[in-house]
Design a protein around this ligand. Structure first.
Ligand SMILES: Nc1nc2c(ncn2[C@@H]2O[C@H](COP(=O)(O)OP(=O)(O)OP(=O)(O)O)[C@@H](O)[C@H]2O)c(=O)[nH]1
Ligand SMILES: [Mg+2]
Length: 450
């Protein structure tokens, strides 16, 4: 109303300068009255938005020029209100979408990829199930295999590959062979792949981990966790044993599947040309990835690296700052939204490509898999959001799944054992769900897929 009245009388250029100025003065006076943290944070957000408005045209959330790569969130859906209001709107959106009954994907001839009647002569896709696992997790990975076999793999018999930084014991192998007659390979990850790069400075690492532990960052001080994240971020797909495969489905100890999947998901990806499939997407611990996004921008602004960015990237999802603005602030412009990587069905050629490879090598050279606690999930997700066409990223909306504490529970005729639309085992975690942002900005026409 105010804007339309003012713009009626004054030229547009004056309004553009005047209005922000008036708002700025108003907010500055607020600060004088309250000097609280909230007000300062709001001001910093406001100033960032003013800065963004200078650089970005009204509908394009990125600048892709040599040495000048930028992304911003544009709120094209016009969501308004406090973070609590936004959370309510986003949770309602998620619930509404999840309540719809869906069946199998509609964008491929699913009848052509049904389970074979004769498994022995089945022409598999070039795919394997992978799991990095420890010897003492036989029972937990066993329960995951049991659920996975009953819902999917007993119908297709894809091979398993188990990976470990230590030699697998005979006992481990014997125990898990009991869960399936699908082929299994056991691979010890070579020490030179797993080990910390020599340039990582131990004193700096220890100091950084003490700080992260004080900030309650989960697993900050667990060295093996950092190795695991680095391995899954940029190493596993180049192991000689995995080189021959194109697709993988990642399986973790203790996960559960709720849906009978009656089509070959690998052939679905192959047939549609999609490269990555997920079930759950959520916010990350911001303190664990404070400089992942700035380092990524530094990489993109080096030489001609801007050319790697896809114009159809998922830029709104990675810059959203309405539901959890503190996260985007601490992670320096990254929403922290990521695909939860303990479930992934994906094409390793994406990681093996030039863009992801050069970017991962750059990230690794910073040592921050050890100085911070960068997870493989935000690394995969940022890589995909930047370098892939978002239409090649598939929400396996039909596959019910659980990894403590989060759930994906769709309304499908073959899903049993979970509550439709439930997102977490704990009510307090509902603010961690990033799915509404994916749905609203990146997923395209949902009804054309399910
Ligand atoms: N062999 C081996 N496997 C590991 C190591 N660290 C993690 N893993 C495996 O890597 C996967 C991811 O580790 P998790 O500890 O489940 O990580 P997370 O899912 O972030 O954490 P949780 O919430 O505790 O499940 C699991 O399959 C683990 O078994 C390690 O040092 N050696
Ligand atoms: Mg896990």
């Amino acid at each position: 109303m105010l804007i339309s009245l003012v713009s009626f009388k004054l030229p547009r250029s004056v309004v553009r300068v005047l209005l922000p100025l008036v708002l700025l003065i108003a907010i500055t006076s607020l600060i004088v009255v309250h000097s609280g943290e909230d007000v300062r944070e709001n001001l910093s957000d406001f100033l960032k938005q003013l800065d963004a408005a200078k650089h970005f045209s009204s509908k394009v959330p990125y600048v892709l020029e040599k040495g000048n790569v930028k992304f911003t969130f544009l709120n094209l859906k016009g969501k308004k209100g406090s973070p609590e209001d936004i959370l309510k709107q986003n949770n309602a959106r998620y619930k509404e979408v999840m309540a719809q009954e869906i069946k199998e994907p509609k964008d491929f001839d699913i009848e052509s990829i049904r389970p074979p009647t004769d498994l022995d002569s089945y022409q598999h896709a070039n795919a394997t199930i992978i799991s990095l696992v420890r010897n003492n997790e036989a029972a937990k990975i066993g329960s995951a295999i049991k659920s996975f076999e009953s819902k999917f793999n007993s119908k297709f018999k894809y091979p398993y590959m188990f990976l470990n930084d230590e030699p697998f014991t005979e006992r481990f192998k014997e125990r898990i062979k009991k869960y399936t007659d699908a082929p299994m390979t056991f691979v010890q990850v070579p020490a030179e792949v797993w080990k910390k790069p020599d340039f990582v400075d131990e004193a700096r690492e220890n100091e950084a981990m003490d700080r992260l532990e004080k900030l309650n960052v989960a697993y900050a001080k667990k060295a093996s966790y950092h190795h695991m994240c680095r391995f899954y971020s940029g190493k596993f797909y180049n192991l000689p044993e995995l080189q021959k495969y194109k697709y993988y489905w990642r399986l973790e100890p203790s996960v559960k599947f709720f849906t009978d999947v009656n089509y070959d998901v690998f052939k679905y990806l192959e047939g549609t040309g999609k490269i990555y499939g997920f079930t759950i997407n959520l916010y990350d611990i911001d303190e664990s990835i404070e400089t992942l996004f700035p380092e990524t921008l530094a990489f993109l602004n080096q030489d001609d690296n801007y050319k790697y960015v896809s114009e159809n990237g998922a830029f709104q999802w990675i810059t959203e700052n309405q539901q959890n603005p503190k996260k985007a602030r601490v992670a320096n412009g990254y929403s922290t939204c990521h695909f939860w990587s303990n479930f992934e069905i994906a094409d390793m050629d994406f990681y093996r490509g030039e863009a992801y490879t050069n970017w991962f090598n750059y990230l690794d050279s910073t040592g921050k898999f050890f100085y911070e606690r960068w997870g493989d999930a935000p690394v995969h997700s940022l890589g995909l959001a930047l370098f892939a066409d978002r239409r090649k990223i598939h929400w396996f909306r039909d596959i019910g799944y659980h990894h403590t504490p989060y759930v994906h529970c769709p309304n499908t005729p073959t899903t049993r054992g979970c509550t439709v639309g439930e997102f977490s085992d704990h009510n307090s975690d509902y603010d961690q769900n990033c799915m509404a942002t994916w749905i609203d900005y990146e997923a395209g026409d949902l009804s054309s897929v399910y």
